[in-house]
Unconditional design. Structure first.
Length: 309
């Protein structure tokens, strides 16, 4: 018979944990699986850069992280090492733009010990008497960048499902750890909402700023928290403008994007298509040619960013 290991051994509380008020909302985004448009990566980075945070629990990398799959970075300075930077998985106390406190879980999705980690997180939530949990995920979909990013909503908030969930499939899908946490919370009757962003799949390997904007808007809709988004919106407008230049310059590319727009609009208008992704015959529009053309733009953009840096 196996030995039951204490979930609390997976993290260390900081002294600030004693000062955390109870009854806060929890916002979570973990990277590592299908982070289309780097939506969760940008969300975490943007929040950590723009809102006031204090770490209250730090999780144990040696127990949860596969270092060979996600290797830490080092800084090499001519002939010696100056910095070692492993990934971090942290629960923090944060404050939105109006000073409203909430809990924020950021970092990597654990590679190991999912059940034990879920027990640890639920234990922390019980300790701090969390009143609601909101988490964000992003997947690539054959949808056009010329339309607002839609979401699929899951969890126990039927009001948000009815008002925001654009695509409600019945399907099997690979789970991530926050799916497990949501499943556990919903089973207990707790308030939990999961947002899956449907990001244009020809932009899934980029940092698409408007994906981060949609993530922030989704969190605000579920929690009432307010976040500054002006910088991301401006970056998003510039990003889309440059993509549109590529589309305008190519008749074939414009036709392909037009096909995605037609399928998207037909679905959103209530026509009997089972999904915004497929035609009536069930075929999925290919975005290979779009991706090939846009890769030229993205490569040029990366070079420009490096030159500016």
């Amino acid at each position: 018979m196996g030995v039951m290991r204490n979930p609390e051994e997976l993290f260390e509380l900081t002294p600030a944990a004693e000062e955390v008020p109870t009854g806060l909302a929890l916002v979570a985004g973990l990277t590592g699986f299908a982070d289309a448009g780097s939506a969760v990566t940008q969300l975490n980075r943007y929040l950590l850069e723009t809102v006031r945070t204090t770490e209250i629990a730090v999780f144990d990398n040696d127990a949860l992280l596969d270092y060979r799959a996600r290797r830490p970075t080092i800084m090499f300075d001519e002939d010696h090492l100056t910095e070692y930077s492993p990934p971090r998985l942290v629960l923090s106390l944060a404050h939105d733009e109006l000073g409203i406190p909430f809990l924020l879980l950021t970092g990597y999705e654990p590679d190991f010990q999912w059940d034990r980690f879920a027990d640890a997180l639920l234990g922390l939530m019980e300790r701090f008497q969390v009143i609601s949990t909101t988490w964000v995920h992003a997947i690539p979909m054959p949808v056009p960048h010329t339309r607002p990013i839609k979401v699929t909503v899951s969890g126990t908030r039927t009001d948000l499902v009815e008002s925001m969930s654009a695509w409600r499939p019945r399907t099997q899908a690979p789970a991530n750890l926050l799916h497990l946490v949501e499943y556990r919370l919903a089973d207990k009757g707790e308030s939990v909402t999961g947002f899956v962003l449907l990001v244009p799949h020809y932009l899934s390997d980029t940092e698409f700023p408007l994906a981060a904007v949609t993530a922030l808007e989704s969190v605000s809709a579920a929690t009432g928290l307010i976040f500054p988004t002006d910088r991301l919106r401006e970056e998003g407008r510039e990003f889309v403008s440059k993509i549109d230049e590529q589309v305008t310059a190519s008749e074939e590319l414009a036709r392909l994007v037009g096909t995605l727009e037609e399928r998207h609009d037909t679905y959103m208008q209530g026509n009997p298509l089972p999904s915004p992704l497929v035609d009536e015959d069930g075929s999925v529009p290919s975005a290979d040619e779009i991706a090939a053309e846009l890769e030229k733009f993205l490569a040029a953009r990366r070079r420009s960013d490096e030159d500016q840096g």
